[in-house]
Design a protein around this ligand. Structure first.
Ligand SMILES: [Zn+2]
Length: 255
């Protein structure tokens, strides 16, 4: 990818493990407030409630609200940060909160979470879109195990400079699973122009099943359709959808 002026290329990789990797024994948080926030959001996503036990200003120790359940986590102040001293991630209880209500999802929490969407002093539209995509993609990655997404951006080297979006690639875990187990080893690829404010090109790879039905495998959004962008797309398709031993397949372009 070409770099112009103060920009250099950078890849961000997202997998469905993104959400919870922070909560492990030995994980470090900048302060107690940050640690509490991560624990709270973990409980909201996992749909359970916790209660505090033996907590002091220097120690935050919580356990699952269901009596007798083994889930618990302890973070303690360690010099200038907070360290996860112990964590039992598995619940022995069977209770999960049902419906959309969670006692921790208060009006204040929703307001604080959404504030990021609206408290953007400059260039509101692109910042809102960036935050929106980030929040929604985290959900999509969490709900589709085995999925991958890669964002290619131009990193701004100037102080306070904004990075610039260049390309996006994503594939769902189920697509990868199906391609290896049920689909024929044929891949159809094509690109089409995107309409609207930001334009660009949508690249797509499609699989074919035994009845000649089409099955989406991977998607890419790139700045333009050329040799470089197609090479980038195929490189990631090879990396995430195909496997090293899969050497016999047919690629058909433009149908
Ligand atoms: Zn529990």
């Amino acid at each position: 990818m070409k770099a112009d002026g103060m920009f250099v290329g950078a890849h961000d990789v997202y997998t469905n493990n993104l959400q919870f990797e922070q909560l492990t024994v030995g994980a470090i948080f900048s302060n107690m407030q940050h640690f509490k926030k991560v624990v709270k959001e973990y409980a909201i996503r996992q749909r359970f409630m916790f209660v505090r036990s033996k907590s002091t200003p220097k120690k935050y120790d919580v356990r699952c609200k269901v009596e007798g359940c083994k889930w618990r986590i302890t973070g303690t102040n360690h010099m200038t940060c907070v360290l996860v001293k112990s964590f039992v991630p598995d619940h022995t209880c069977r209770t999960k909160l049902r419906g959309n209500d969670h006692p921790l999802v208060t009006a204040a929490w929703v307001a604080q979470t959404c504030l990021r969407l609206f408290a953007c002093p400059d260039d509101v539209r692109t910042r809102i879109i960036r935050e929106y995509i980030k929040m929604h993609w985290v959900q999509m990655m969490r709900r589709n195990p085995g999925s991958y997404m890669r964002v290619f951006r131009a990193r701004d080297l100037r102080p306070r400079g904004d990075d610039r979006f260049v390309r996006l690639f994503w594939t769902f875990g189920l697509s990868i699973w199906s391609f290896h187990r049920t689909l024929r080893h044929i891949i159809l690829v094509d690109g089409t122009h995107l309409r609207g404010k930001y334009l660009g090109i949508l690249l797509i790879a499609i699989g074919v099943d035994g009845n000649n039905g089409l099955y989406p495998l991977a998607f890419g959004v790139v700045e333009m359709e050329n040799e470089d962008s197609w090479r980038w797309f195929f490189m990631l398709l090879r990396q995430y959808v195909l496997t090293a031993e899969m050497n016999i397949f047919t690629i058909c372009s433009d149908r």
